[in-house]
Design a protein. Structure first.
Length: 293
């Protein structure tokens, strides 16, 4: 096990795709596969579950990810202490993202950034991801994590950090909504839906309605923030189309009250990325953060 192996492993835990990691880390897919196999042999357990479409972490993989993040952070801090990284940056960087992104995508990015620039103060604000671009445009945040809008403002730079598939969720506990949703031929126009107020997920839901010819859907509520939508579905208020990562990062007590209707044809995933005002990319702190994405 060496530092290079750990870096490759961590990138793969984020991308969940051998081809993308191989390209980003400038190795061949076969070399990447061999190095991951070598890492698995040194651990004595498989770290990933692989099939033709997905790469998922095993329980051992989750434990190794924490070890790898901690080890690389210590390594970078040691290099910094020994003077190999040059003068330290200082100041404050304001980030905006959803609660889910703060768990799912931001930690790995911040680990890399803090390892190189430990004196920079991070000010994190959470809220509806659909508001991220506006927060950046209004200078309420320096950078934001957001789903790529269909019409990205020309003043905004966007770099992709992941793809987010959507899932259709229903209550797991017996209730009228669940009975309607799991019927052999659900009458979608009769089932109450819980919708986000705006953003890329809302536009994909509207497309899903058109695909299923639902001209007058029953709207139980429109909600700001996907995390609140999960809670309302768990309570039996309706069904919802949400980013899968939101459900994955919900508390276990909440996930146990949710069923995923995985037999339903869904719309395409959307791109998740970091956005910034292009004119600010030359600023020292923002440029340093952007270079690590």
């Amino acid at each position: 096990m060496d530092i290079r192996d750990l870096k490759l492993f961590l990138h793969l835990t984020e991308s969940r795709h051998f081809g993308r990691t191989a390209k980003a880390m400038h190795v061949s897919p076969s070399t990447l596969s061999r190095q991951i196999q070598r890492l698995e042999e040194s651990i004595g357990q498989p770290l990933f579950l692989r099939d033709n479409r997905t790469v998922q972490l095993t329980d051992a993989g989750e434990q190794v990810r924490g070890f790898a993040q901690h080890t690389l952070l210590q390594y970078q801090q040691l290099r910094h202490a020994l003077g190999q990284k040059g003068p330290s940056l200082t100041g404050e960087l304001r980030l905006f993202c959803s609660v889910t992104a703060a768990y799912s995508h931001l930690p790995a990015i911040l680990d890399r950034f803090r390892a190189q620039h430990p004196l920079v103060e991070i000010k994190l604000t959470t809220g509806d991801a659909a508001d991220a671009v506006q927060k950046v445009q209004s200078n309420e945040a320096d950078l934001g994590i957001a789903g790529r809008p269909e019409a990205l403002p020309t003043s905004i730079g966007f770099t992709k950090i992941g793809e987010i598939p959507l899932v259709l969720i229903a209550p797991a506990l017996p209730c009228p909504v669940r009975s309607q949703a799991i019927a052999p031929q659900p009458v979608w126009s009769d089932i109450p839906f819980i919708l986000p107020e705006h953003g890329p997920t809302r536009r994909r839901i509207d497309a899903w309605f058109r695909r299923h010819r639902i001209s007058n859907p029953q709207i139980y509520a429109t909600v700001s923030g996907h995390e609140a939508i999960v809670s309302m579905v768990a309570l039996g208020c309706g069904i919802a189309l949400i980013p899968g990562v939101v459900l994955e990062n919900s508390p276990e007590s909440m996930r146990s009250r949710i069923s995923v209707l995985d037999h339903i044809s869904l719309v395409a995933p959307f791109e998740l990325g970091v956005c910034v005002q292009k004119k600010r990319l030359s600023e020292t702190l923002i440029e340093a953060f952007w270079s690590l994405l």
